[in-house]
Design a protein. Structure first.
Length: 318
């Protein structure tokens, strides 16, 4: 019986310095697969099964699950190229919380489309899939943007472009640095986090944003990562979102005083990140965050490095 299984990793949208323009895929250093998995199998009828740590946080009805929408969209795309779809069972293993700032909806969408494309022998190229993924993820987040979709699918650090034929460009990223990711298990919806942002920004803010993003990208291309992290400051969203995250402002200051190279809100929150040069520094930051920010037993803090692979097929042994 034909079967394909795909894993999609967590990601940071915005990376503070690049609102809607930068995204970074991450994997825990302990080797655990933190993200979503989709398994597709030929079946007698269409079926969606949801399992995993955070399955209970999704609606039980298949037609209210974004993966079901992905299946319908993919079948429509197949029909557009003259292909007949098979009848399939999809199993979603949901291992990251929704509205977490970890690219939760992007993980489900990317895993679904990548798995379907693999199942049918890759009838669509990367640009085609990225566009389909972004449209479906936009139904959850409220607007079409690629800053979680692209790194989750392609891996690494991705810079979004205005070119639909190549919506993302890979930017060099450091394999040496550690990213401490902290999820406090409070609810901050992407839509609500966008609603607090102003409709317009003044000229000074626009200039600062452009200078910081350009400087960050340039420093990354030249391998000057310590310099690059010094530009990781958010003048677009964080000034308006920080107050939505209890304890964030205080823990950010403590982390920076204790040597963090950069601290920021992951996507629209509530997950935050802190960047460190050594594992010891990252472990110390994790202890501080666990005390001052992740106060619920249902929250978690995990030390990661850059995931260069993005979504990929895996075996049952992985």
């Amino acid at each position: 019986m034909k079967q394909v299984k795909v894993f999609a990793p967590i990601s940071i949208g915005n990376v503070s310095v690049g609102f809607d323009s930068l995204g970074l895929a991450l994997s825990p250093i302990d080797g655990h697969l933190v993200g979503d998995l989709i398994t597709i199998t030929e079946h007698s009828e269409y079926e969606l099964i949801v399992s995993g740590t955070y399955a209970d946080r999704l609606p039980p009805e298949p037609d209210k699950n974004i993966v079901w929408d992905c299946l319908a969209a993919f079948n429509e795309a197949l029909a557009g190229i003259g292909r007949e779809p098979d009848t399939l069972q999809l199993v979603l293993e949901k291992n990251i919380p929704v509205s977490s700032g970890l690219g939760s909806s992007a993980c489900s969408v990317v895993a679904a489309f990548d798995c379907l494309n693999q199942y049918y022998g890759k009838p669509f190229n990367e640009a085609d899939l990225l566009q389909m993924m972004a449209v479906q993820e936009g139904k959850i987040s409220g607007s079409i943007h690629y800053d979680n979709i692209a790194p989750c699918y392609l891996g690494g650090l991705q810079l979004m472009t205005p070119d639909p034929a190549q919506p993302a460009l890979t930017i060099p990223s450091s394999d040496e640095h550690y990213w401490v990711m902290a999820y406090p298990d409070i609810i901050v919806s992407t839509k609500a986090a966008r609603d607090v942002l102003p409709e317009q920004y003044d000229r000074a803010t626009a200039i600062t944003f452009a200078q910081q993003l350009a400087s960050f990208v340039s420093a990354c291309h030249n391998g000057r990562y310590t310099q690059a992290f010094s530009y990781v400051k958010d003048v677009i969203a964080e000034p308006y979102r920080a107050s939505m995250l209890p304890g964030y402002i205080e823990v950010r200051e403590k982390l920076l005083v204790n040597g963090s190279l950069a601290v920021g809100i992951s996507g629209s929150g509530p997950t935050i990140f802190s960047v460190h040069k050594t594992l010891e520094q990252a472990q110390n930051a994790k202890e501080l965050i666990d005390t001052d920010y992740v106060t619920k037993d249902t929250g978690f803090t995990v030390i990661c490095k850059v995931d260069h692979r993005g979504s990929r097929t895996i075996s049952d042994d992985d």
